[in-house]
Design a protein around this ligand. Structure first.
Ligand code: LLP
Length: 412
């Protein structure tokens, strides 16, 4: 905040920005994204490594261009994301392709651009990828995504490395699957991969996952199959509350690197696939208070952003801080902050004490990840505009979606 209480992002006054571009408005900070990428480069400095930004967190082309310019590659999970990566200036070999349900068409597209690696998630996918590669006259570089059966201690919807999750190849099957893949002429084994979940706020699950991964690396290499790279996925959490920072990238990675060295794999290329920890705290969403609605049991603060713009509270009971953009005259009242969508699940924050009046702007914080990229047109609400701030400059990186664009693909 400026000394007079105005909320700023870098050098930009957010009340002015909201007035100029209307709300809801996603705003991202270039400096914050840059710092987050640098934290990974510093934590992995001196090693052969690459940060493959998981673009599902925020796939705006300007955000991708910025992240690519900082030296990152990308982790993708669809043909659409592949096309975004290319549109942002990446080359095939900057990209790794994850996901349990790759289609033949997506595999073909990725092979045609010379993808760096397919993170294969099942034995059935091995056969299909081999077939697609052979029919394209190519050899597909692969890594097996291992399911290390580690509890990341996060929300069940975003845990991915437990036995009961749909992701990865079970540990018991990993060696046999590598041995089978090694015999297939359309495949070339290049690495091993895991991703245990998202919004992980402790180091311990990583330590456990790395340990299990390295056991598998030993077993696979003992069988005569060489692995060039180790990919440990993403998942590092961010502070949504404002006073409870999870361990930093370097705090998590320094011991992991020691662990990798101690087990004799320090010479291997390391990949990571962070999403949220690169963009999550670099963004906020500006919104206007439409109505204040006092009630017997609850007071409601009805804002113009909704679950279609900010789906995380409705989907994962996620907490985002909500703060006034300007200091007002109002007295503080406890509200449920809700959107205009016709569902009781459309809440953005519950039991928040706010001093606000109708017409005020609020900022919903930490919305840089999994907000714009998960937005929908539910209730025929156009997607909000997006702005990227750099110093005192603010540039529209996605214009507000209008009605014509929303119905453009429909036929009557
Ligand atoms: N790699 C793979 C294979 C992934 O599936 C994911 C995220 C990532 C990397 C990046 O994870 P991150 O560093 O962002 O935690 N929509 C949910 C999060 C879903 C995460 C899905 N996979 C949320 O809003 O909390």
């Amino acid at each position: 905040r400026a000394p007079d209480g105005r909320l700023m992002l870098e050098g930009v006054d957010l009340a002015e920005l909201a007035a100029e571009h209307a709300t809801p408005l996603y705003v991202m900070s270039q400096a914050s994204i840059t710092r987050a990428v640098q934290a990974y480069s510093q934590a992995l400095a001196g090693r052969s490594h690459r940060v493959h930004y998981a673009m599902k967190a925020n796939s705006n082309l300007s955000v991708l261009r910025l992240i690519a310019s900082l030296g990152c590659g990308f982790d993708i999970v669809s043909g659409g994301e592949l096309q975004r990566a290319l549109a942002a200036g990446a080359r095939g070999d900057d990209i790794i392709f994850s996901g349990v349900g790759k289609t033949r068409a997506e595999m073909r597209l990725a092979l045609d651009v010379g993808i760096a690696c397919f993170n294969v998630e099942s034995e059935a996918e091995i056969d299909v990828l081999n077939e697609v590669a052979l029919s394209a006259g190519k050899v597909a570089p692969i890594s097996l995504r291992v399911n290390p059966d580690v509890d990341p201690k996060t929300h069940p919807y975003i845990s991915t490395g437990l036995k009961g999750n749909k992701f990865g190849v079970a540990q018991e099957r990993v060696l046999a699957t590598y041995q089978r893949a090694a015999k297939l002429p359309g495949l070339r084994i290049v690495g091993i991969d895991c991703h245990i979940g998202s919004q992980i706020t402790q180091a311990a699950p990583y330590v456990e996952a790395v340990d299990r991964m390295l056991d598998l690396v030993d077993a696979v290499e003992a069988a005569g199959i060489a692995l060039e790279h180790l990919d440990f996925g993403g998942g590092l959490g961010i502070d949504y509350v404002g006073n409870a920072p999870p361990p930093s990238v370097v705090e998590v990675w320094a011991p992991l690197l020691k662990q990798i060295d101690a087990r004799g794999h320090g010479g291997k290329h390391i990949c990571v696939e962070p999403g949220r920890s690169i963009v999550g705290n670099a963004g906020l969403c500006l919104t206007e208070v439409l109505y204040l609605k006092p009630g017997e049991q609850k007071n409601f603060c009805i804002i113009d952003a909704a679950m279609n713009d900010l789906p995380r509270p409705a989907m994962y009971q996620a907490f985002h801080q909500i703060v006034p953009v300007q200091a007002g005259e109002a007295t503080a009242v406890t509200y449920d902050v809700v959107g205009p969508v016709c569902e009781s699940g459309d809440w953005i924050g519950r039991d928040r004490t706010l001093a606000v009046s109708q017409g005020d702007f609020l900022a919903v914080l930490s919305t840089g990840a999994y907000s714009a990229s998960m937005a929908s047109n539910y209730n025929t609400r156009g997607r909000a505009a997006e702005v990227l701030v750099n110093g005192s400059a603010a540039r529209v990186i996605r214009k507000r979606e209008g009605f014509d664009e929303m119905v453009a693909a429909e036929r009557v």
